[in-house]
Write a protein that binds this ligand. Structure first.
Ligand SMILES: [Zn+2]
Length: 108
């Protein structure tokens, strides 16, 4: 089945925007920021690649967002898929500013 450009454009225009979905179902999730990023060279199937590793800090984000709600670490956070309230691995610290904005019901 072929869809004409007009039908496709109409469907896209009627689709709810991501922003309106966020305001309706805003879920506070966590995302990780590498505090001291350190490049590590690796060999991947014979090709040299570089990954970045280092200690991490958890920030609060909306849904699977990549912008920390505290306003720091813009473009440097990686969504975890964990809800902000859920148990994180104990060695990952939480951002103090995000904690003030979104305190945990049962502090860990
Ligand atoms: Zn934060």
């Amino acid at each position: 089945m072929k869809i004409s450009r007009e039908v496709w454009a109409t469907a896209r225009a009627q689709r709810p925007s991501r922003r309106s979905c966020q305001t309706a179902l805003m879920t506070i999730m966590s995302a990780l920021e590498l505090i001291e990023p350190e490049p590590v060279p690796l060999d991947f199937a014979g090709a040299p690649i570089e990954i970045t590793t280092g200690p991490a800090r958890a920030h609060a984000v909306v849904d699977e967002g990549t912008t920390a709600l505290c306003g720091t670490a813009v473009r440097r956070v990686l969504p975890t898929g964990w809800e902000w309230e859920s148990a994180h691995p104990a060695h990952i610290e939480r951002c103090a500013s995000c904690l003030r904005m979104h305190p945990l019901e049962s502090p860990r």
